[in-house]
Design a binder for this molecule. Structure first.
Ligand code: ADP
Length: 879
């Protein structure tokens, strides 16, 4: 036991003893105030010998009729007693007391019969008390009766009878016997009086109790419950010491000896009775002994006197009761002992221990009673037991309830905290505090799961240890783990360990089941809340991260909900738009300095509900707006400042334009002069000069072509394209006409599949001619001789567009080339197309033209198998 445990034990024990003492005091006070009197009386009745009715004694009288029929008992055979005893045994008598044995004639047969009957009676549970009459009877100096001769005829039956007692109920002729009404001695053998012996026999008590039934002092004879018989002037108890008159006539049932033996009496009248057999109503004539007079002067036979004596004794005699002092002491001992147990044990053990104390008490009380017939009144110790148990269990339970309430309260407060976004920093100390008060664990550590670094130590108390091993294994097993006096309880939520509470104490003894259950329950209840807290912490971190990225981003970022309410706007965006408090897109566009046309276009595109990219001008700056439609119909818009790029682009365009323009004129002159020389001097020129001139002309024409293509491209890209209603069919037919000859020349087969009655489009004739021509030209150019080219033009109802497919079975191109195909100056270089001339500008012009018509273009191609270029153009909407 550690110092701490010892002092806790002492405190508990002291509290328990205090509880016991307080309860004991209270109960004692109530007791003193006679609060328990009625209860006590009721209970104590059980500890008195039950008050018998007078019907307990039946007399069998050797009356005149008996003497007349059988003659004097002084001479008859003891066979008569045997006959009588047999009848009484048959009837089920409890005690048979013979007050009548004298020094009858000896008769071996009769004696044997009597002894046999006594044995049979004993075997049947009938106790026999035989009267010892003594020859040579005298009083000793100290007043005790003394027999000088042998006891006759008792010696014959002493071994078989239950009791042998003296007939000493009356003053004898010499006046000595009277002093020895209760007991006497002969040949150093103590003997009881017939009455006391019958009484004890009736309750099956040992003779050692006689002293408690009748007690003597020098001058008095004390009979329970409160009869004191004083000695008379002569030093004798002259009166009937049992204090009652002979009441034979009105109290005892009397049957004639003769009638009983002759079977004239139903033997069941003797059932459970003390049957006393003796001389009666004989007026003393039957024997030599004078019969004492009753107080009223009537003759009183010995048997009546004995019957009266038994009756007196039977009248409510309390058995010895434990003294008050002893009872109070035992009460206090029990109260304090149970209080002590209640202090140091748990409530259920207290109850178990109280039951044990109760049982021990009962064993003690019954032992005391059976050994000494002393009644240990069980009321007071049991009261102490019951009250103290109830008291200390009550105290314990209320402490338990308060503790549980505390846990509940904490959980409640945790729930409340979690409802207002549980912050881990705030609840960690709360959890630690409560675990400490719940378990009294002097050391502990709290671990929490974090997404970045797993289970991390967050808080410790006591020795500051982290208990890594137990903690880790509890986290892995998702169950409580105990080792070396440390206990790790995981907080598990949806199959995952969120946290581990690790508690430890100074000894290596494991934590008890109750504490463990409590912590586990706490952890269970905490699961959902903690999950919230951890999630909140995580979200908070992520939010801060996103927030940081957003606000730090040089690009403007705006988020709108589906109704175009502004949900978020970072610094860069509000700076670019120069708006601060706009709440809707419209308000924002109105407040911003965006060019009206750009704003209009932006609104239009947003209505179309697909991602898009648009350039807008804001206060002399150019921004690229990328609009992304999110799953939940929110729009995310980024504003990238591309002013520098735009400027560069413009510069490039201007330069190209200038260069092209400036090149065009000298080139025109080269062509013009070359043609002039050829026309004018055709005859003067030798063949070599002619060949060179023609090559110059051809190169100049090619250069012009390139310059024109560049100018066309820039023209289209600058956005200065005017559109008007026109027929795509026309354009396509014109293009075919332009290329027919080339294709036939190459031996290529051409199919055109043009749907009839196609709707009009909004287009620019020259540009579209150029674009389609480029595509068909490419198809022919990149298809070997005798190849096959197909053109299809048709209406697509679902998207209301015109679709143009130009398909060839020529050289095709590798997949990686297709992505870059439409960029300027890009050419695919394969084995077979290497020698084909071109600029790489054609397709980028086509793409720009199609873009300018709000159309789309794409290619599907496979190397050596052929390509298909597809174009979709929106149909002119008739408004
Ligand atoms: P140019 O034809 O002047 O090289 P284009 O922009 O018209 O430039 O075409 C770019 C490249 O695309 C060509 O060099 C060619 O390799 C490839 N190409 C275009 N059309 C076809 C086609 N129908 N089949 C195979 N390759 C093609």
């Amino acid at each position: 036991m550690t110092e701490r445990q010892r002092s806790r034990f002492i405190i508990k024990a002291r509290n328990g003893l205090l509880t016991g003492a307080v309860v004991a005091l209270l109960v004692l006070m109530l007791w003193q105030a006679n609060w328990f009197v009625s209860l006590r009386l009721r209970l104590s009745n059980n500890y008195y010998v039950e008050q018998p009715t007078l019907g307990n004694i039946v007399l069998v009288a050797m009356d005149d009729a008996t003497l007349t029929e059988f003659g004097s008992p002084l001479v008859w055979s003891r066979q008569r007693y045997a006959d009588l005893l047999d009848v009484l045994t048959d009837g089920g008598a409890q005690v048979v007391t013979f007050d009548v044995l004298f020094s009858e004639a000896r008769d071996a047969e009769g004696d044997a019969a009597f002894a046999e009957s006594i044995e049979a009676a004993r075997a049947a549970g009938v106790r026999t008390v035989l009267a010892a009459s003594g020859r040579g009877r005298m009083a000793s100096d100290d007043g005790q009766i003394q027999f000088t001769g042998e006891l006759a005829p008792i010696a014959l039956f002493a071994d078989v009878a239950d009791y042998v007692a003296y007939v000493n109920a009356y003053p004898d002729a010499d006046g000595v016997i009277r002093r020895d009404m209760a007991r006497g001695a002969a040949n150093d053998i103590e003997r009881l009086s017939l009455g006391v012996a019958s009484y004890l026999s009736y309750f099956n008590m040992s003779s050692t109790l006689a002293a408690q039934v009748v007690t003597y002092t020098e001058t008095t004879l004390q009979l329970p419950p409160d009869l004191t018989v004083p000695l008379d002037d002569d030093g004798f108890w002259r009166q009937n010491y049992f204090g009652r008159e002979s009441r034979v006539a009105d109290t005892f049932a009397v049957y004639s000896f003769r009638d009983v033996v002759n079977g004239e009496i139903d033997p069941t009248v003797f059932a459970d009775k003390i049957v006393m057999v003796g001389l009666m109503n004989t007026t003393g004539a039957v024997d030599n002994y004078p019969t004492p007079m009753s107080r009223s002067g009537e003759m009183m036979a010995g048997v009546e006197i004995q019957a009266n004596a038994i009756e007196t004794l039977l009248a409510k005699i309390p058995l010895q009761e434990e003294s008050q002092t002893a009872q109070i002491i035992s009460f206090l001992v029990v109260a304090l002992w149970v209080g002590l147990l209640g202090g140091v044990l748990r409530w259920y053990w207290t109850i178990a221990a109280s039951v044990m104390v109760f049982l021990l008490w009962m064993v003690y009380a019954s032992l005391r009673f059976s050994l000494t017939q002393t009644v240990v009144n069980p009321l007071h110790p049991n009261l102490a037991l019951i009250f103290t148990t109830v008291g200390s269990v009550g105290v314990q339970l209320s402490i338990e309830i308060i503790r549980r309430q505390r846990v509940e309260n904490l959980l409640q407060s945790l729930v409340q905290v979690s409802q207002q976004r549980m912050e881990l920093d705030r609840i960690v100390p709360l959890i630690a505090q409560d675990l400490q008060s719940m378990t009294q664990a002097p050391h502990g550590a709290l671990w929490f799961d974090t997404p970045d670094s797993g289970l991390t130590l967050r808080h410790t108390w006591g020795d500051g240890q982290s208990y890594d091993d137990v903690t880790q294994s509890a986290a892995q097993q998702l169950a409580t783990v105990q080792a070396d006096g440390a206990m790790a309880v995981p907080v598990v939520w949806q199959g995952q360990t969120l946290a581990v509470f690790t508690l430890s104490r100074d000894s290596k003894r494991p934590f008890g089941r109750v504490i463990r259950r409590q912590v586990e329950r706490f952890a269970e209840r905490l699961g959902a809340n903690l999950d919230n807290a951890l999630l909140y912490a995580q979200t908070q971190r992520q939010y801060q991260l996103v927030e940081g990225i957003l606000s730090g981003s040089p690009a403007g970022i705006l988020v709108f909900d589906s109704a175009f309410n502004l949900l978020h706007c970072n610094d860069a965006a509000s700076e670019a738009l120069q708006v601060e408090q706009a709440v809707t897109l419209d308000a924002m566009l109105d407040a911003s300095c965006m060019a009206a046309a750009d704003a209009e276009k932006l609104r239009d595109k947003l209505q179309q509900e697909t991602d898009f990219r648009q350039e807008v001008k804001l206060d002399k700056k150019t921004y690229q707006v990328d609009a992304l439609l999110m799953g939940d119909n929110r729009w995310i818009m980024t504003l990238g400042d591309i002013s520098d790029l735009a400027e560069l682009n413009q510069l490039k365009t201007r330069m190209i334009r200038m260069a092209s323009h400036d090149l065009k004129n000298p080139l025109g002159r080269v062509v013009g002069y070359s043609e002039m020389i050829i026309d004018m001097d055709e005859g003067n020129l030798d063949d070599r000069s002619k060949l060179f001139l023609n090559r110059i002309l051809q190169s100049a024409e090619e250069m012009k072509g390139i310059i024109n293509e560049i100018l066309d491209l820039e023209h289209v890209k600058s956005g200065q394209v005017t559109l008007e209603p026109m027929s795509m069919t026309n354009i396509v037919r014109n293009v075919i006409e332009r290329h027919n000859a080339d294709m036939s020349e190459k031996g290529q087969t051409f199919h055109a599949d043009i749907a009839p009655d196609l709707p009009m489009i909004a287009g620019n004739y020259n540009l579209l001619m150029q674009a389609v021509s480029n595509l068909l030209g490419n198809a022919s150019k990149y298809t070997p001789e005798n190849g096959e080219i197909t053109l299809r033009l048709y209406h697509q109802a679902d998207s209301n567009t015109l679709r143009l497919d130009i398909q060839d079975n020529g050289y095709g191109m590798p997949e990686e080339a297709q992505a870059k195909l439409f960029t300027e100056f890009y050419r695919v270089r394969t084995e077979k197309t290497r020698d084909i001339k071109g600029t790489g500008l054609g397709l980028s012009l086509v793409k720009s033209v199609i873009d300018a018509h709000n159309g789309t273009i794409w290619v599907t191609s496979e190397l050596d198998k052929g390509s298909t270029f597809s174009v979709e153009l929106p149909v002119l909407s008739v408004s």
